[in-house]
Design a protein around this ligand. Structure first.
Ligand code: FES
Length: 105
């Protein structure tokens, strides 16, 4: 996919006049990731290029945000020390996230 097509598609999915929230920084397994107020953790992880955020319990297969509405559970990560769905939590400056190895089915 060329740069020109990416720019065209980017314009197609943004609402006219929409603005991103204030910049925040979250830490994912100790790595600082830039995000914006109003984004979910899942959105921030995807925007940072993380498509897999955990592995399955038995086969250790990669899992990542799929439904983005709290149904599939594939976005389960540890957020500030507790397991939660990344698509159901908004980022907060200083939020600490740990990717999960072996959670779920
Ligand atoms: S992406 Fe499906 S529950 Fe979060």
């Amino acid at each position: 996919m060329g740069t020109a097509l990416v720019e065209t598609l980017r314009g197609a999915v943004r609402f006219a006049g929409s603005r991103r929230g204030a910049p925040v920084t979250i830490r994912v397994d100790g790595v600082a990731i830039a995000a914006h107020d109003g984004e979910t953790v899942a959105t921030a992880l995807l925007a940072a290029g993380l498509r897999a955020v955990r592995t399955s319990a038995i086969r250790r297969e990669p899992r990542g945000p799929l439904c983005l509405m709290g149904t599939c559970q594939d976005c389960a990560v540890e957020i500030d020390g507790a397991t939660d769905l990344a698509c159901q939590r908004f980022v907060r400056d200083g939020m600490v996230i740990a990717l999960v190895d072996g959670a779920g089915a």
